[in-house]
Design a protein around this ligand. Structure first.
Ligand code: ADP
Ligand code: MG
Length: 302
């Protein structure tokens, strides 16, 4: 489903180009659970932004479900993001003046889903992440783990087939981190492809495959993590063949059996999307967070 071919990303800095990703070749199958590890500044977030259609490569091809999204314009990319990708960030990126339910409604507003259905689906998503009793709480009335669960509910509410999580446990204590990882595991078992960036071997061990990035290139584990971490990864519960994983040849798509469960809601979502009002992108709003407080009100939240 995800095919990066000779992807390069560079930024003009001072008089020259800073090459952040170099000739990345990477294929991720539908239903996989992939962890991306590597030192700070190695290009992990840039790679995730590329995969999530938040950013375009300077050179190379990106095929998502066979569509050459690297040739899409900004509006088309926003559509892909809203329909097929759920994002989860280290700092949650919830809008501070909206309660949990309203935050979860946002991606559906952009997808043109009607009020009644938005409410139903937002409640369903919050139930799913175990927050039934916190629906009317504002972000600052929630713990870190609860905020991240709201963010996960928001990421799944449009039934994406891909979830991208950039250091989702980075701001949480390890016990809370485990609960969050169990949620990604559940979503992956339902058929959603999950890709997450992490610094922690414990977190990476939930994935079926770990990719290592160093200086903008995909590399092997032993070049980016210390020996202890490497060995922990090798012996982690999800590991089958780390040597292969590190060379990213071990493509083992996780279970896709319960994908059908989504069918009903997804069909409804598709229907709603077909009568779009103003298709825009959630992520833009989500990313701007504190700075941009104007958009949510326009959405007609309660
Ligand atoms: P990681 O997530 O692995 O810590 P990033 O992908 O955020 O790394 O960044 C990789 C490199 O790209 C860093 O050196 C960073 O400074 C640089 N970089 C990221 N975004 C930009 C940008 N918009 N302009 C210039 N340099 C950037
Ligand atoms: Mg990063």
């Amino acid at each position: 489903m995800i095919e990066l071919k000779q992807i390069t990303k560079s930024y003009p800095v001072a008089e020259e180009d800073l090459v952040v990703l170099k000739d990345i070749d990477l294929t991720i199958q539908e239903g996989e659970f992939v962890a991306i590890m590597g030192p700070s500044g190695s290009g992990k977030s840039t790679l995730m932004n590329m995969i999530g259609c938040l950013d375009k490569p300077t050179a190379g091809e990106y095929l998502l479900h066979g569509n050459q999204v690297s040739a899409y314009d900004e509006k088309e990319l926003a559509g892909v993001r809203n329909r097929s990708v759920g994002f989860v960030f280290q700092q949650f990126q919830l809008l501070p003046r909206l309660n949990a339910l309203e935050n979860v409604e946002l991606p559906m507003i952009y997808a043109g889903v009607g009020k009644k259905e938005r409410l139903e689906r937002a409640e369903e998503a919050l139930d799913k992440v175990g927050l039934s009793n916190r629906k009317r709480h504002l972000p600052n009335e929630l713990s870190g783990g609860q905020k991240q669960r709201v963010a996960i509910a928001r990421s799944i509410v449009n039934q994406p087939d891909l979830i991208l999580a950039d250091e989702p446990t980075g701001a949480l204590d390890s016990k809370t981190g485990v609960q969050i990882m169990e949620m990604f595991t559940m979503l992956n078992q339902e058929g959603t492809t999950v890709i997450l960036v992490t610094h922690e071997a414990e977190v990476a061990s939930y994935a079926n495959r770990t990719i290592f990035v160093r200086d903008g290139e995909i590399t092997t584990a032993d070049e980016v993590v210390d020996k202890t971490t490497y060995e922990r990864l090798v012996s982690s519960h999800a590991t089958e063949d780390t040597a292969e994983r590190a060379n990213q040849t071990a493509v083992t798509p996780a279970s896709v059996e319960s994908k059908d469960k989504h069918a009903t809601t997804k069909e409804v979502a598709d229907e709603a999307t077909s009568e779009k009002i103003t298709p825009e992108d959630t992520t833009e709003v989500a990313v701007s967070d504190e700075q941009d407080q104007s958009s949510p009100d326009e959405g007609g939240t309660p």
